[in-house]
Design a protein around this ligand. Structure first.
Ligand code: NAD
Ligand code: 89V
Length: 343
């Protein structure tokens, strides 16, 4: 099988996970890196033995010699970089949040569509082992037709020490973390018709909201609650676990803290350990996220080689991104937002 060559732009905090995962992915490797910060470029280049190093993305694309690009910068640079990739006819992975605005995100999808290049958003949470286990139980018909769900991420973990920019934006938890939780809700219960949300800032040291409660009306008639908080101090810190409750016509599913999957139906109750693997380069408690980075990057390569659509393609992610925008809009106006009108 031919090995694809990739270039990675953005050698910051999270890119280290992506670089480790690329080392393990079958069928691809990273041969060039780019960061406008010379120190980050050196750290990542030296750690992963990459000689082709660029401080400027235009120069990287001008030199070429790679089959895809992996954009691991923060959202403000995403549109320019994705459009650069489209102009160079290079398939592209873009980190979440996909863009700063929904109109930028739509333009990015259009640019790649016109260029005929694949575009996947690195929306990795749905690839976590416990989330995949919930999906499999539903697909196996374990609880019949789900009519209600709760997708919950409540934590007191200090995310600001690794990612200081999270304390500085006007928007915080929905844009950064809730975007994953909302994507999981869509993955499990399907697309959404309307959104009602409330937000709050509890931590006085940050600018944006750190608590959000979001009600989703799914197109299939199910209702779900997405509740996220970084202001929740618990006796046992759950970071970075998403807990799930699903009620269906024939039973219930509970994904509980510590990665237990409990399924109750007419046959009784079964409890399964659905813990993620601790990959050799991973560290607790991040191993759940780290394993999903490997999974989504392997999916990128496999689908690219088949010429098939990615689970979190740009077009798919517009539907998640619209829900983020709708949640902020709903919280600001105190109204329910119709999502269909936004897409
Ligand atoms: P970071 O600030 O640590 O790293 C970003 C890097 O990109 C920096 O080194 C910066 O110099 C570089 N950069 C920015 N613009 C550039 C440009 N135009 N050209 C070249 N280099 C440029 O940020 P981070 O914490 O690593 O986050 C990066 C992205 O990953 C964010 O969008 C964040 O939301 C996302 N993220 C995703 C997950 C996940 O699980 N999917 C987890 C953490 C972070
Ligand atoms: O996944 C993320 O985007 C991270 C974190 C889990 C810390 O919120 O920013």
């Amino acid at each position: 099988m031919t090995e694809l060559k990739g270039a990675l732009i953005g050698c910051g905090f999270f890119a280290i996970n992506q670089m480790h995962a690329w080392n393990d992915v079958e069928g691809a490797r990273i041969t060039a890196i780019c960061d406008r910060d010379p120190e980050r470029l050196k750290v990542v280049g030296d750690q992963f033995g990459i000689d082709r190093r660029y401080s400027d993305a235009e120069a990287l694309f001008a030199d070429g010699g790679f089959d895809f690009v992996d954009i691991a910068t923060t959202a403000e640079s995403h549109r320019a970089l994705v459009e650069m990739a489209a102009r160079s006819n290079i398939p592209v992975i873009c980190q979440k949040p996909f863009a700063k605005t929904l109109s930028d995100a739509k333009a990015m999808v259009m640019a790649c569509r016109h260029a005929g290049v694949a575009l996947m958003v690195h929306e990795n949470f749905r690839w976590q082992t416990p989330i995949q286990a919930v999906r499999k139980a539903l697909d196996a018909g374990a609880i019949g037709i789900p009519f209600w769900g709760r997708f919950s991420f409540r934590s007191g973990y200090d995310v600001f020490s690794g990612q200081p920019y999270l304390a500085q934006g006007e928007r915080f938890i929905i844009e950064d973390l809730g975007i994953h939780t909302i994507d999981i809700a869509r993955y499990i219960l399907g697309d959404v018709r309307s959104v009602t949300a409330r937000t709050k800032r509890v931590n006085p040291k940050i600018k944006g909201e750190d608590v959000a409660t979001i009600l989703l009306d799914h197109e299939n008639g199910a209702t779900s609650v997405v509740d996220v908080s970084y202001a929740t101090k618990l006796s046992r810190e759950p970071f970075p676990e998403t807990l799930i409750e699903l009620d269906g016509s024939e039973g219930t599913i509970r994904l509980t803290q510590g990665y237990g999957l409990q399924v109750t139906n007419a046959q009784g109750t079964t409890t399964t350990d659905v813990s993620p693997k601790l990959l050799p380069w991973a560290s607790r408690p991040w191993h759940n996220i780290q394993e999903s980075v490997h999974a989504i990057q392997q999916h990128w390569v496999d689908q690219l080689k088949r010429g098939a659509e990615h689970s979190t393609s740009g077009a798919d992610n517009l539907k998640t991104f619209a829900l983020v925008e709708a949640a902020y809009d709903s919280a600001a106006k105190g109204q329910t937002i119709d999502v269909g009108a936004m897409l």
